[in-house]
Design a protein around this ligand. Structure first.
Ligand code: UDP
Length: 437
């Protein structure tokens, strides 16, 4: 249940933001499925659950550890899963399979049907760090980890004494120990790993996961990890600046969603002025950029639904041209900013954001008038995972709350609106009945 419940929560989140359907395939080892049935009741229409036939674990000795039971249950239910998946594939376009920590054997079935395999870690990011280095620990020490003379030092985490390692790693002779090492190898086959934790809670571990474990797939704390980049409804960059931005995004190593527009070397608001000049913006990107960043970012030409992106839990920052609407939308959704003003009153807005409200870091151009790629990467990393970003985010959170208060019935904006004379007359002279009509 401790694995099913967070997976259900994930499913609820996913359907909220995407027009998709989700099917749970539930394995079982013959024990009661009543509790699972209960939590799967009353789910939204787009989430469905299929209980596959029970597998038998009768051949296992009574003292078989839970972890071994979990893995064997999954291994033994693969043929049922394959059949059920086949049926599902006949009626729908199945794009991805999200798999529990103990379920990585299922990746092969996903592969067979051309679906992406994503691992969902129902434990902490710190546990994942430990998991990633457990084969190395296994090679380095021959004794039991409980007897380790020094604590284990995981990148970005506090030192961990051997006796505090998870149970299945405490007994080398037990079959479960071998299964753990086997699962870690399998993790490498996932297209990505989602962790049910969040960046601010395990900052060090998430940074470590990003940089220090080559060979493992990218790890995503489900919220606040994507930078949204957009210059309003018509802002454009010069072609040189566009390339610097692309390189900066790539160098930052952060995930991004970039609304790209064809560059213009004369006017920063060219797209407002002329639609005719619009060429394919992808032609102006550095060679191989899209391919190299395909697992990191998404580039969308011309237009995206900004509000839907800003209210999405995965959006952790917004690189904006500082149009006032974009600012208000960011405040209402609590998204901290990189301020990159282009023209009109946008520089003034950038001052307000970065020097007064302190919810944005403002970009600086070099002597050639360009914001360089290294600087861009620095701003982005600072915003998404740096300490400064955390401060900006905290202040933006306060501002978001203030905005919500202002909009309440007795909030400052609502009160001001009523004070506008005409609205006041309107408000007092008409009955509620009329207003509803
Ligand atoms: N917008 C959008 N998608 C885009 C670009 C812009 O939805 O790809 C919307 C954005 O949400 C905002 C408006 O267009 O409401 C732009 O207004 P703003 O004052 O920020 O900038 P301007 O376009 O006037 O420079």
């Amino acid at each position: 249940m401790g694995h099913l419940i967070p997976l259900i929560e994930l499913a609820r989140k996913l359907i909220l933001y995407n027009n998709i359907y989700i099917t749970f395939f539930i394995p079982n080892d013959g024990s009661s499925i009543e509790p699972q049935k209960q939590v799967l009741q009353a789910l939204p229409r787009r989430i469905n659950a299929i209980f596959l036939p029970p597998v038998s674990l009768d051949d296992l000795p009574e003292d078989t550890r839970l972890e071994t039971r979990f893995v064997l249950t999954i291994t033994r239910f693969l043929s049922y899963l394959r059949d059920a998946f086949k049926v599902l594939k006949e009626s729908s376009n199945v794009t991805a399979m999200v798999v529990d920590l103990f379920g990585s054997e299922v990746f092969d079935v996903a592969n067979e049907f051309g679906a992406l395999s994503i691992l969902f870690c129902t434990a902490s990011a710190m546990l994942l760090c430990l998991t990633f280095i457990s084969p190395e620990l296994h090679e380095t020490y021959s004794g039991e980890f409980t007897d380790l003379p020094e604590p284990v030092q995981l990148h970005g985490c506090v030192p961990l004494q051997g006796r505090d390692l998870p149970d299945p790693l405490q007994d080398r002779k037990n079959e479960a120990y071998g299964w753990m090492l086997h699962l870690v190898e399998r993790f490498k086959k996932a297209a990505g790993i989602m962790v049910n934790s969040f960046f601010e809670m395990e900052m060090g571990a998430f940074k470590g996961l990003k940089e220090d474990y080559p060979g493992f797939p990218p790890v995503y704390p489900p919220s606040g990890s994507v930078l949204f980049v957009s210059f309003g409804s018509g802002g454009t960059l010069s072609s040189k600046q566009l390339r610097e931005l692309a390189c900066g995004l790539e160098m930052s190593g952060q995930r991004f969603l970039w609304v790209i527009r064809s560059p213009h070397d004369k006017a920063a608001n060219a797209a407002y002025l002329s639609v005719k000049s619009a060429q394919n913006p992808f032609n102006f990107l550095p060679d191989g950029f899209i391919e190299r960043t395909k697992n990191l970012g998404l580039v969308v030409p011309s237009w995206a639904s900004q509000i839907a992106i800003l209210c999405h839990g995965s959006t952790g920052g917004f690189l904006t041209h500082c149009g006032w609407n974009s600012i208000l939308e960011s405040v209402v959704h609590g998204v901290p900013l990189i301020a990159w003003p282009l023209n009109a009153e946008q520089r003034l807005n950038a001052v307000l954001l970065s020097e007064d409200l302190k919810v944005a870091v403002r970009v600086e151009a070099n002597e050639k008038g360009l914001v360089g790629r290294e600087k861009i990467a620095e701003y982005i990393k600072g915003l998404i995972e740096g300490n400064e970003g955390k401060m900006l985010k905290d202040r933006m959170k306060n501002l978001k709350e203030a905005a919500a208060m202002a909009l309440k019935e007795d909030g400052s904006s609502s009160k001001s609106l009523i004070q506008v004379p005409q609205i006041s007359i309107f408000n007092h002279s008409l009955t509620g009945d009329f207003l509803t009509h």
